[in-house]
Design a protein around this ligand. Structure first.
Ligand code: GSH
Length: 203
């Protein structure tokens, strides 16, 4: 198998952090987004949506979408479980992973894509007003998350999960998007410091 990775981009990092938590290593090929390698005919044949990451299995099956790739590895390597362990737990992890993806990673991506000069060639047209429109949504969701983290250690409860991985890469992605977490969100800051200290966060 081969994982098509994308350097510092957040979605490929989600998969790298997940694999590091699992202790799984796979052959990797870097796709240079800055050089637009993801738009090449060769990569477009792998993912017609021209996005990374992508996982190509030995039988030729192509899996894109970070969470689909993570789910594949969850089945191959169950320990430690990162998608929950009981029916209720799995549903709660799914709920939070999806909430963080839709209400945090999504809006942060829109701020970055529609405001950062480096994204001019990739996000056509760049709409600065759309970047601005997303900023209050991010702050609203961070406040909601801060309230949740007052009740438990990790985003989906007392066990570290894929929801924390999506949360970590989202909050880290705020920096290049020129966004900041308010110091008032003390639970969120505590959680971010804890998940950032895990060795997997270096992936
Ligand atoms: N929903 C996809 C998103 C993939 C995605 O948007 N990847 C970005 C990097 S973080 C990308 O390839 N961007 C290239 C572009 O926008 O042209 C996933 O979860 O993997």
């Amino acid at each position: 198998m081969k994982l098509y990775d994308g350097g510092r981009a957040p979605n490929p990092r989600r998969v790298r952090v997940f694999l590091a938590e699992k202790g799984v290593t796979v052959p990797v090929e870097q796709v240079d987004l800055g050089a637009m390698a993801h738009k090449s005919p060769a990569y477009t044949a792998i993912n017609p949506l021209q996005r990374v990451p992508a996982l190509v299995l030995d039988d030729g099956t192509i899996i894109t979408e970070s969470i689909a790739i993570c789910r594949y590895f969850e089945q191959l390597q169950g320990e430690p479980p990162l998608f929950g362990v009981s029916a209720k737990d799995m549903a709660v992890v799914e709920m939070w992973q999806r909430r963080v993806e839709l209400h945090l990673l999504g809006p942060i991506s829109q701020v970055f894509r529609h405001s950062h000069p480096a994204m001019m060639a990739m996000e056509v047209p760049q709409v600065p007003a759309w970047s601005e429109a997303n900023k209050p949504r991010i702050q609203d969701f961070l406040t909601l998350l801060d309230g949740e983290l007052n009740n438990h250690r990790y985003i989906a409860g007392d066990r570290y999960s894929v929801a924390d991985i999506t949360g970590l890469i989202s909050v880290d992605f705020m920096k290049p998007a020129k966004l900041a977490v308010s110091d008032a969100l003390t639970n969120l800051k505590r959680w971010h410091a804890e998940v950032s200290a895990r060795p997997s966060a270096q992936a």
